[in-house]
Design a protein around this ligand. Structure first.
Ligand code: FUB
Length: 452
């Protein structure tokens, strides 16, 4: 079933009374089901690592066999990097990759994940989107790891990695009980433990451990128990492994969730964000929402005493903190909102848009055409069917038409060719809509586009 998030976001007055509250940037990466977000901030982008709910049965539990990464440079448009680590292909011991967390050290990127709630693994790669491999051939932490036990009904999952200013790295994890928080020092190689696992606790601790530091203070955030309404609460300390004091809520249970809650807070280009999951996409699709979560993001700030001003779930989302340059290659799988599209690995590298039918579209927010504007549009496309057109519009699906680019059969869904068309009328910063039109059959795939 195709879900119209754009119309959802733009608002359908007639159904608004019955629809969930209409929120922008809510969801992000709305074309797929992703959960348990954690962040890794680089100079130019934030990478969000997620449990892949697309690959769990709709009503069969959290299978989650792989980790998906999405990234953004402007907090409005998100690029789908697809699956970056699949347990069955890259390990001999894990089947699941729940709630991953990533960290960079010495030019390498490390991904920690729960093999369900049983043990925790680590993968390593040369860049934020991998390729990631299993350096140990076994888990990093299980219940036999010194210091993990004794524990009552502990879930051994939800790792959060933190690299301190003094060069010491820590891994936090655990679940299901106030006394079930654990932390361990990591050696510089990031794939071996430095000493025993240490015990921590947190009031109403359920899951979703996350750590960041601000002004010398360590913030430990987590999901509270169902009894405590599965909020994201936090505690702070001036020490990374002990002395934490409960400080209250970072965020209440998100709208359209009513189930487990998982979030991360991060600073990017001077602003603080809270990325989380809820169940708005599944709800709108009318499917069971339990195992089909989606991503969303809000901005938040701090009080003068360092306490967190509780996240407000807004109706207009986060503000853009950058523009898209249309005169360099822009990936098809980079967008702010969409209708009907899917992504898949592209034979030429990265991902491409696929399953484009007549009427499907993507919106790319804040495309800056400058004063001179654009005269030509280029797209890299492939089609095993009749092709179609890419119609370019500004501001809305019915907004100013810049031109349309014809796509023909290229001989296969991964047989890529470039197409050009003349365009006019685009200057300044605008929301760009790529509307895919044609006949009844699937039209074509789109790898990337750019203007000249
Ligand atoms: O996605 C599987 C589990 O659900 C995570 O590990 C928990 O944090 C909860 O979100």
């Amino acid at each position: 079933m195709k879900i119209n998030h754009g119309l959802f976001i733009l608002g359908l007055a007639s159904i608004a009374a019955f629809a969930p509250r209409l929120l922008a940037d809510y969801p992000i990466a709305s074309h797929r089901y992703l959960a348990d977000p954690s962040s890794l901030v680089t100079k130019d982008a934030v990478y969000i690592y997620c449990s892949n709910d697309d690959e769990s049965p709709v009503e069969g539990g959290y299978v989650i066999p792989n980790i998906v990464c999405v990234s953004s440079a402007d907090m409005k448009n998100w690029t789908d990097h697809g699956s970056v680590f699949r347990a069955s292909e890259s390990t001999s011991w894990a089947k699941k990759t729940w709630a991953p967390a990533a960290i960079e050290r010495d030019g390498k990127f490390f991904l920690y994940f729960g093999n369900g709630g049983a043990d925790i693994g680590v993968a390593v790669g040369p860049g934020p989107i991998g390729p990631f491999t299993d350096p140990l051939g076994k888990c990093l932490i299980n219940s036999q790891t010194p210091g993990v036990l004794p524990a009552k009904n502990m879930w051994l999952f939800d790792p959060a990695a933190y690299l301190d200013d003094d060069g010491q790295a820590y891994l936090y994890f655990g679940g299901n009980g106030d006394d079930n928080v654990r932390v361990v020092r990591l050696k510089r190689d990031m794939i071996s433990l430095d000493g025993e696992v240490m015990k921590m606790n947190a009031t109403n601790f359920f899951e979703a451990a996350w750590v960041f530091k601000r002004d010398g203070v360590y913030y430990f955030s987590y999901s509270t128990t169902p009894k405590a309404r599965m909020r994201i609460d936090y505690q702070t300390s001036d020490n990374p492994t002990n002395g934490f004091v409960y400080r209250g809520a970072v965020a209440e249970q998100p709208p359209i969730n009513n189930n487990n809650n998982h979030a991360a807070q991060f600073q990017f280009k001077g602003r603080w964000y809270h990325v989380y999951h809820n169940r708005s996409v599944a709800k709108q699709a009318g499917i069971p929402t339990g195992f089909r979560r989606n991503l969303a993001v809000e901005e938040f700030s701090f009080n003068g005493d360092g306490s967190i001003q509780k996240v407000q779930y807004t109706t207009n989302g986060v503000v853009p903190i950058g523009h898209v340059n249309p005169f360099v290659r822009v990936e098809g799988e980079t967008f702010n909102a969409q209708y009907g599209v899917k992504t898949e690995p592209c034979r030429e590298g990265g991902m491409n848009l696929t399953q484009l039918d007549n009427g499907d579209w993507v919106k790319v927010a804040g495309v800056d055409f400058g004063v001179k504007g654009a005269r030509k549009f280029f797209a890299r496309v492939a089609s095993a069917e009749q092709g179609g057109s890419i119609e370019l519009r500004l501001g809305s699906l019915e907004g100013k038409r810049l031109g349309a680019c014809k796509v023909e059969n290229t001989g296969g869904w991964q047989q890529w060719q470039g197409v050009f068309c003349e365009v006019s009328g685009a200057t300044g910063a605008q929301d760009l809509y790529l509307k895919f039109t044609g006949g009844e059959k699937p039209l074509f795939n789109l790898d990337y586009w750019k203007f000249e």
